[in-house]
Structure formats: C-alpha cells, structure tokens
Design a protein around this ligand. Structure first.
Ligand code: ZN
Length: 89
C-alpha cells in the first residue's frame, strides 16, 4: 500500500504509523465518565467495509499527521490530507 504524503509524495505505508479511526471522538481526560468513554473508543470500534477515514503519522518522513481515506476492502487510498485541514467537499 502506498500513501501520497502531501509533503513527501508517494511513500510505502511502512514509513507511517497507524493511529486509527480519524472520526472517533476522544473523551476529555477530566470528564466524569472518561474511563468508560476511553474504553469504548479503544475497544468498541466500528469495522466498516468500504471507505474509512484514518489517522496516519509519517514517522520515517516529514513527521506529519495525515488523514487518509482508505477502502478497507481493497486498501485503495481515496484521499490524503493533512490532519489539521478541513475535510471539505
Ligand atoms: Zn511526509
């Protein structure tokens, strides 16, 4: 699988670290139910068949966080953006 980093260009996925679902809300650490919400976020994830937005870190490159939209059935990369960019149309 190849990921087209906005800064470095197309690179092998082994240069990146996978964080997981880009749309998974992380609980505020000080929230009253933070522990249960954190457990839910870590262990009760969706496992979609099709397009999935994920966070990847270009660990052996520019060290940028990128948001990758990947088809989980084919591993086709549909879109790559910097993690801080608006999802846009
Ligand atoms: Zn990069």
């Amino acid at each position: 699988m190849r990921i087209d980093c906005p800064f470095c260009g197309e690179r092998d996925y082994s240069e990146f670290a996978y964080l997981g679902d880009a749309d998974c809300p992380r609980p505020a650490p000080g929230a009253e139910d933070a522990l249960q919400r954190f457990i839910d976020a870590v262990y009760l994830r969706e496992n979609p068949a099709g397009a999935h937005r994920e966070l990847w870190y270009h660990e052996f490159g520019c060290r940028s966080w990128v948001r990758v939209t990947r088809d989980t059935r084919t591993h086709e990369i549909l879109e790559v953006r910097l993690a801080g960019e608006d999802a846009g149309p």
